[in-house]
Design a protein around this ligand. Structure first.
Ligand code: UDP
Length: 234
């Protein structure tokens, strides 16, 4: 697959459909696959933290999650086929899991939120859910969570622990979890649960999802300064 290098990180130039097909093939051939969904904030973080850069570079599939990346690519005279949002990929994986008879484990989010997300996954994709666990466990809870995932017999692990924590969990523990595919999916559990709404179509179509998010969560303002920083770095 073609990669577009942004701030030194090769991001896969794939459509959502291609990403899902690749995942399907990797699972059926038994490869363990790490999928990350970098946005511009994450790429700026790789400049600040080299260990995070290494972690991302060790991923098998890096999806261009965010309009910032699409704009950033233009500075390198490249063009992504499309933005592949982590949440869309997660929904597509659930559908694919249903078709293929695969099991999915949800990890992350607050206890009541992941419970709600699990209920909705059960309702919309019966038989797909292998198990779930909230994302607020310390290093001492890690072993227990890993054993729970392994015992669930899941094939796919969706990890929503926030940027860095989720990639670290996948990078360090995926093999021990016994799953074939691990994905860092950010706030997807909140969207699956319905506690956070996705931006209305207008914002998505015009590349303004970030603005909608800022309106809903003004506390993210400082983090969002990474967006202009990202463009400057590109
Ligand atoms: N989260 C979690 N454990 C933590 C920190 C965050 O499970 O220690 C969850 C949080 O509840 C939310 C998701 O991770 O469901 C994404 O959080 P945030 O929006 O802060 O992440 P980012 O924008 O960095 O991906």
């Amino acid at each position: 697959m073609e990669k577009i290098k942004i701030l030194g990180i090769g991001i896969d130039n794939v459509t959502l459909e291609e990403a899902v097909e690749y995942s399907r093939k990797r699972i059926s051939s038994g490869w363990i696959t790490k999928v990350y969904t970098p946005n511009s904030e994450m790429l700026v973080e790789t400049v600040r933290d080299r260990s995070f850069e290494e972690l991302l570079m060790a991923g098998d599939l890096l999806l261009p999650d965010g309009v910032g990346l699409l704009k950033g690519a233009r500075f390198y005279k490249k063009r992504f086929k499309e933005k592949v949002a982590g949440v869309d990929y997660a929904y597509a994986l659930l559908k694919m899991a249903k078709e293929e008879g695969l099991k999915v484990f949800l990890l992350g989010g607050k206890e009541e939120v992941v419970e709600l997300a699990a209920e909705r996954v059960e309702r919309d994709h019966p038989g797909v859910l292998a198990g779930f666990h909230d994302g607020y466990f310390g290093p001492e809870g890690e072993d227990l969570v890993i054993r729970k995932i392994k015992a669930s017999g899941a094939d796919i692990l969706l990890v929503a622990l926030g940027m860095k924590k989720q990639e670290r969990f996948i990078g360090d523990h995926l093999e021990r979890c016994g799953v074939k595919l691990g994905v860092g999916v950010g706030g997807t559990v909140d969207i699956l649960a319905g506690t956070v709404m996705r931006a209305p179509e207008f914002f998505i179509r015009n590349g303004l999802e970030w603005l909608y998010r800022l309106m809903k969560q003004p506390g993210r303002f400082i983090r969002m300064l990474d967006l202009p920083r990202f463009i400057f770095l590109c």
